[in-house]
Write a protein of this length. Structure first.
Length: 192
């Protein structure tokens, strides 16, 4: 269950992320955010420098969560590549279930980042490179079939990156059930 914002800035960011998810970053103004909160736009600037800062705060926070999670997964000793892939899937499910609006913003609006774009892209490249290394390790150890790593990466990440679209519509699916079944489908397929 999502925690209630504790500061005015968190409240502003939370309102903005909902609007960004609904309308997209480019279509939302500071006035829209203020109106949704029932305050004057000028008072937002007591807590936030700009709409760009809000976008940056949302995307960088989520990007860093993924990076930290991946670092822990990579560093885990005595873990097979399959177990690491299961942990990556769990990481995505957990972050998405806790932050569906932030995930929508990250996936749909990252290209609008200005001064933090290079940093975000580096986080993303590092994450994907760690993912590739896990896949290569699994192929080298005979734990995974020898298929082009880019195809595997695309297949799994496409599903994981779009979970924010699907999860809110499937609230009846219990998280533990989703974790197990999603891992099963993504890692072993649906054949008997």
């Amino acid at each position: 269950m999502k925690q209630k914002p504790t500061t005015r800035k968190e409240e502003i960011v939370g309102t903005a992320e909902m609007l960004f998810k609904k309308k997209g970053y480019s279509a939302v103004t500071m006035r829209d955010i203020a109106q949704a909160m029932g305050i004057k736009a000028a008072s937002l600037y007591n807590h936030i420098q700009s709409k760009q800062q809000i976008l940056s705060d949302i995307i960088i926070q989520i990007g860093e969560q993924f990076t930290e999670g991946m670092s822990e997964i990579v560093a885990a000793e005595n873990t097979t590549s399959i177990q690491k892939l299961e942990q990556i899937i769990k990481l995505h499910v957990q972050i998405t279930m806790d932050n569906p609006s932030k995930m929508a913003t990250m996936n749909n609006d990252w290209m609008h980042l200005e001064e933090k774009l290079d940093y975000y892209l580096q986080l993303r490249r590092n994450y994907e490179q760690s993912f590739r290394q896990i896949l290569q390790e699994g192929i080298d150890k005979g734990e995974l079939i020898d298929v082009n790593i880019e195809i595997i990466l695309f297949s799994i990440l496409s599903t994981l990156r779009s979970l924010y679209l699907w999860i809110p519509k499937k609230e009846e699916i219990i998280k533990e059930n989703l974790l197990g079944k999603l891992s099963q489908v993504l890692l072993t397929g649906v054949t008997l």
